[in-house]
Design a protein around this ligand. Structure first.
Ligand code: BES
Ligand code: MN
Ligand code: ZN
Length: 502
């Protein structure tokens, strides 16, 4: 795996922009910024910034970019990059994050060696600085892992610049943002890996290596240990594949942490989802290599949680297997017994995510989790409901769902709640077992959540369906096609909000 964005430095500069020593100084410009707001930049560039603005060549439209050489000897940057920031009143930390990512991605293509990004707008300074650092790191991600010819230059040296403010506070925010951006990139790299490389065994190994480096407690359960725990749902899904399943367990146990709460993070780790005997159509099936994106989010969030020194105990549980139609595979109508004792009629072998997550949620409870969050590329129905913009949120009680939603919004992972009322359980009725693993087409995202609720017990629990948000189909100015790293920053920020839980 490429050391994507790892060990990149992000410096902080506080003071006049003219003093920022860099190659490219990126300055966000809002649509309504008049030429006089830009007067200083105009002077630095011998009138070129004003000319671009007046002629309409640069309008401030979102993600517009113009590179202008600096001619004034009073400035230490070689060039200024004007960055279109859209309307001023729409500025948010998410917008800063995306602007920084767009600049960083573009600078990388231009082989820029040193890049500084200026904070803009009236946002709280540390929030903006963290978002900028996250964006700079996200822009550095190189999706061409197996290309012989690298199209991108080496990552530049980054600086986050602000004209005034508390240097120590800005530096702390930037360090945090750097780590979260880097952890998101690690999750993206894992989810982009093809399934012939990233088998369940390799996924578990890489997860363990990342976690050990970060100082987490690590345990990887093999098929025998999984069987000893009675995890019939996870074993059932794994039957169709020659690759044995694994269960990755990560622990963050900071000295002096209170006994509770214990946050339990659970992620779907299907390294490839063919659908099994309920085989998927072949068109677009290649994307199913990212069916472990939720698991990668949990692993990489745990890494960030350890490195950031989160103040509470956190356990991460990632069940990983392939969903294959081998000759010993699950067949529709098969009945499985879960580790919790509940029995499941498998009416559709393509509804495998909820099976492996059912056993994993139960295990997170066994390990003492008092609050649960699971993240999974779980249903096409969620993509139908919310598209590729917003992840689905499900769970109970409402305050816990809302806590996760607000954390996700700040982290740049938009999510919106859907109901999980008891009536939906009707759709999972089975004649032969406690319930079935599919409720058919109506409310498909909700019945999937309803299935998992059976394994969350009475703990506060949230399920985040990232089927629509884990993968970007079309390149954007701020992000190439492929895995997005959704969920990493949300999960990593969540333990820091623990005093507001209840
Ligand atoms: N991994 C898929 C869900 C998915 C679909 C993720 C599209 C990303 C994009 C999941 O395992 C699945 O196959 N779900 C089925 C459930 C159905 C059989 C009840 C689905 O959504 O069709
Ligand atoms: Mn499936
Ligand atoms: Zn799946």
């Amino acid at each position: 795996m490429a050391p994507t964005g790892i060990n990149a430095e992000v410096a902080v500069a506080v003071g006049p922009l003219a003093d920022v020593e860099t190659e490219v100084l990126a300055v966000p410009v809002f649509e309504e910024d008049s030429p006089d707001v830009l007067a200083r930049l105009d002077a630095a560039t011998g009138g070129e910034v004003g000319r671009l603005r007046t002629s309409g060549e640069f309008t401030g439209e979102l993600y517009e970019l113009a590179f202008v050489p600096v001619v004034s000897g009073a400035w230490r940057a070689a060039r200024i990059a004007l960055v279109g920031a859209g309307p001023r009143q729409r500025v948010s930390s998410e917008r800063v994050r995306k602007l920084a990512a767009a600049v960083s991605l573009n600078a990388r293509k231009r082989h820029v060696a040193r890049l500084a990004f200026c904070l803009c707008g009236e946002l709280p300074q540390d929030e903006a600085a963290q978002a900028a650092a996250e964006g700079l790191m996200l822009g550095e991600f190189d999706p061409g892992l197996y290309k012989n010819e690298k199209r991108l230059g080496a990552p530049p040296a980054y600086t986050v610049a602000h004209e005034y403010g508390d240097r120590a506070a800005l530096a702390a925010a930037v360090t945090r943002g750097r780590l979260l951006g880097e952890s998101s990139n690690l999750a993206r790299a894992l989810a982009n890996e093809p399934s012939n490389v990233l088998t369940p065994g390799v996924f578990a190994e890489r997860a363990a290596a990342l976690a050990e480096d970060a100082g987490l407690g690590v345990e990887v359960l093999d098929e025998q240990a999984i069987a000893a725990l009675g995890m019939g749902l996870l074993l059932g899904v794994a039957r169709g594949s020659d690759e044995p399943p694994h269960l990755v367990v990560l622990r963050h146990d900071p000295p002096g942490a209170p006994e509770r709460p214990v946050l339990g993070l659970v992620g779907k780790g299907i390294t490839f989802d063919t659908g099994g005997i309920s085989l998927k159509p072949s068109a677009g099936m290649e994307r199913m290599k990212d069916d472990m994106a939720g698991g990668a989010a949990v692993v990489c969030a745990m890494r960030a949680i350890a490195r950031l020194g989160a103040p509470i105990r956190v356990v991460g549980v990632v069940p990983t297997t392939e969903n294959m139609p081998g000759s010993r595979a699950l067949k529709p109508g098969d009945v499985l017994r879960s580790a919790s004792g509940k029995t499941v009629e498998v009416v559709n072998t393509d509804a495998e995510g909820r099976l492996v997550l059912g056993d994993a949620l139960w295990y997170a409870r066994e390990l003492g989790a008092t609050h649960l969050v699971d993240v999974a590329t779980l249903t096409g129905a969620c993509v139908v409901a919310l598209g590729k913009v917003t992840s689905g949120l499900f769970g109970a009680p409402e305050w816990w769902v809302d806590r996760v939603r607000r954390t996700a919004l700040r982290a740049g992972d938009r999510a919106w709640p859907l109901p999980v009322d008891e009536e939906y359980f009707e759709q999972l009725k089975s004649e032969i077992a406690d319930f079935a693993n599919s409720g058919g087409r109506p409310a498909g995202a909700i019945t999937a959540a309803m299935f998992m609720k059976q394994f969350a017990g009475d703990r506060p629990w949230v399920h985040m369906d990232i089927a629509g948000t884990a993968w970007l189909e079309e390149a954007q100015p701020y992000q190439p096609k492929g895995a997005t790293g959704v969920g990493v920053r949300t999960l990593a920020e969540l333990p820091f909000t623990w005093r507001e839980w209840s």
